[in-house]
Write a protein that binds this ligand. Sequence first.
Ligand code: AMP
Length: 194
Amino acid sequence: MKIKRVCVYCASSRRCDGAYHDSAERLGRILARAEITVVFGGGRSGSMGRLADGVLAEGGRIIGVIPHFMNDLEWAHPGLSELVLVHDMHERKRLMIQEVDAVVALPGGCGTFEELFEAMAWKRLGLFCGPIVIVNSRGYYRAGLELLEGAIAQNFMDERHRLLWSVVEEPEQVLDAIETAPVWESGNREFAVP
Ligand code: AMP
């Protein structure tokens, strides 16, 4: 299957270690070189801005989905291929994941966590069935992955739910992880209740 469109969740923080921003730019360049359209939250700051800069530097296509209020605050990246203005955060998240072949989460804060966990919850229910790739740069997601393992160990989820996500260490491994992710059918909805 040719990957055409990928949604990336990542940080707005300007103050995190610059290595995270560099990873975001690398991922943007990799996706653009593979002629994959990137969908993201539309922001100009932090990893979001660098992701977009990376895509644009390679002549790629990147679509931002941002609520009016953030655009009014001039939080949107000014050079995007397309900027979709939405009413609220719920509409933003729904549009971001719509019709993408995969979701990728780079390190980020509560906004990124929320987006990542929503994608997992939707996949568990068969509402989104594509690969979900977590980029564990500098081991950032170690604690989050332990949280998920704890949920499995205590039967809030079960072993099959480990197939919901894949983990890589570097952006350079993302395309391979998308291509080799286990197939998840909407029929797996029965997995919703362990
Ligand atoms: P975080 O990982 O907490 O930095 O959040 C990233 C997500 O938070 C984005 O996808 C947005 O939902 C939202 N967000 C927070 N701050 C900004 C900002 N300055 N510009 C655009 N989006 C932001």
